[in-house]
Design a binder for this molecule. Structure first.
Ligand SMILES: Cc1cc2nc3c(=O)[nH]c(=O)nc-3n(C[C@H](O)[C@H](O)[C@H](O)COP(=O)(O)OP(=O)(O)OC[C@H]3O[C@@H](n4cnc5c(N)ncnc54)[C@H](O)[C@@H]3O)c2cc1C
Ligand code: SF4
Length: 486
């Protein structure tokens, strides 16, 4: 669409600056980047959007799981055509304002921006995506779905996380009757109870789920498949099923002292904090058990969930917050930006360190740790941690938060459907073309298929699953009609 607008001056500027780092003066850069658009608007979003070089090879788009048409909506934003920018951005993404806030852009779109690659600092794509959609909400451009022709077929979706919500919205647009079942009391999945409020404000999630309700999608909360109803019962009341249950089994750490009090899985800590933020009464928070205030906090783990825990503890006014991780900073699985944020906020990282035992009488009072050196790369390509002998020492801890990752729950057992096949990691196996599980008419999407992943991938899977469910149901009707005619 707008691929040829990068003028000669721009090309010269990019190549010149690649060769001469001393030319990378930000004021001059912004001035030069502004000039390619005549109707440049004087807002930060406009200023940033106009820095897009429209490079012709949209690496940002290629590295966005949703293939968002980033260059085009940046151009529209730079020209002040925000409503069109919003329409374009929402055409590939069910929750652009959510992704704009919490995608690890440094690993996705922004990390692959040509301007970033040439050393000039990325166009802040995520912030612009958030800005465009927040503006759309403020201006009432976002409306519930109006179905032109209702289809008398229904889909039951298990799990109201981003995969389930995105699938529901797409199916409703086709006109299907959609019901989402969730074992929590609120929809949103990890958007509501996992990701902290300081990264993703809860009103942003609630606004989205209300929109879906207003679009005619039914929500059945506090309803657990496997407990309140089994999978086959659910299947008998719908024409198709989507399983989008996420992964929730916390990985354990098996060391002496694990039985001591005040050692918690990350989700217990985060759910309590999120519930407080939503105004709920939370006994274990209110009595101080799950509140980090005035405590020495130790978080074990180096992923994004660990970063959320340390940053939540800082906000709860912990006395000190330490993060123990067995590899070094370069080998941490979490987003580099999140680590930098945590350091800036006062979190102390104890890299190359492994917990050896929890010490205390009844409650934990310290963690004995060993130092680690990194050995040869393992199967994953990362250097494997090796414990250094006689390197033990103690770190004081009033509360320990374990954040070692998540595995899928045993769904075939929970759902009483042994014929539901899973991979060796316990994730659901699906046919990659049809997204169907081993049971006909039962589809799956999101973390329960991929393993712990990202919101943007869950949205992509939910959208793809909706297309496949639509194909499947259409084929069923055609088959039925043929049978009737025969
Ligand atoms: C603490 C934390 C922070 C994260 N931060 C980020 C981030 O900053 N950026 C990012 O992109 N990703 C982040 N992620 C990952 C992201 O949240 C997930 O990849 C994404 O939410 C997966 O979506 P989903 O729809 O597959 O599952 P989920 O969001 O987990 O939703 C699954 C839903 O299914 C429901 N459910 C489960 N079993 C049943 C059952 N038997 N019956 C009924 N309902 C059931 C659950 O209650 C839940 O509501 C984070 C994850 C965690 C844990
Ligand atoms: S969805 Fe995520 S990766 Fe895609 S453009 Fe938005 S912030 Fe970037």
């Amino acid at each position: 669409m707008f691929k040829n607008i990068m003028n000669e001056k721009m090309l010269k500027f990019v190549s010149l600056n690649q060769a001469n780092p001393e030319k990378r003066d930000s004021e001059k850069r912004n001035k030069d980047f502004k000039e390619i658009y005549n109707s440049f608007i004087e807002s930060k979003a406009g200023e940033q959007s106009s820095r897009c070089s429209q490079c012709g090879v949209p690496f940002c788009q290629v590295h966005c799981p949703l293939s968002n048409n980033i260059p085009d909506w940046l151009k529209l934003t730079a020209e002040g055509r925000l409503r069109e920018a919003y329409e374009l951005s929402q055409s590939t993404n069910n929750m652009p304002e959510v992704c704009g806030r919490i995608c690890p852009q440094d690993r996705l779109c922004e990390g692959n921006c040509v301007i970033e690659q040439s050393g000039h600092g990325t166009v802040t794509i995520g912030s612009i995506e958030k800005y465009i959609t927040d503006t759309a909400w403020e201006n009432n451009w976002i409306k519930p779905i109006k179905v032109s022709k209702e289809i008398n077929q229904s889909i039951g979706i298990i799990g109201a996380g981003p995969a389930g919500l995105a699938c529901a919205e797409e199916l409703r647009k086709f006109g299907y009757q959609v019901t989402i079942y969730d074992r929590y009391d609120r929809p949103g999945g990890l958007l509501i109870y996992g990701i902290p409020n300081f990264k993703l404000e809860k009103f942003v999630v609630e606004r989205r789920t209300k929109l879906l309700k207003d679009s005619g999608i039914k929500f059945v909360n506090n309803f657990e498949i496997g407990k309140d109803m089994d999978l086959y019962q659910l299947k008998s009341i719908h024409n198709a099923i989507l399983i989008a249950t996420g992964v929730y089994k916390a990985r354990e750490i098996d060391i002496p002292g694990s039985h001591l009090k005040n050692i918690f899985p990350a989700m217990d800590f985060l759910i309590a904090s999120n519930r407080k933020g939503l105004g709920d009464k939370v006994k274990l928070f209110d009595n101080g058990t799950l509140n980090a205030e005035n405590k020495d906090i130790v978080v074990i783990g180096g992923g994004d969930t660990a970063m959320d825990c340390v940053r939540t503890a800082v906000r709860q006014k912990a006395k000190s917050v330490k993060c123990i991780y067995r590899r070094d900073r370069e080998n941490m699985p979490g987003s580099a930006r999140e680590v930098a944020n945590a350091i800036e906020e006062g979190v102390e990282f104890v890299w190359l360190t492994n917990p050896k035992k929890f010490i205390g009488e009844e409650k934990v009072s310290s963690v004995e740790v060993s130092k680690i050196k990194l050995g040869k790369p393992d199967a994953s390509g990362r250097r494997s941690p090796e414990v250094q002998e006689n390197s033990e020492y103690e770190i004081k801890a009033d509360m320990v938060i374990k954040s070692l990752g998540f595995d899928p729950e045993n769904l075939p057992k929970l759902f009483s459907t042994e014929e539901l096949t899973v991979s060796r990691w316990g994730t659901l196996k699906i046919d990659l073309d049809t997204m169907q599980t081993s049971i006909e008419g039962v589809f799956a999407a999101g973390d329960i298929v991929r393993g712990a992943s990202l919101v943007v991938w869950a949205i992509k899977d939910g959208r793809d699953a909706a297309k496949e469910i639509h194909k499947y149901l259409k084929a069923k009707i055609i088959q039925k009609n043929k049978e009737k005619a025969a």
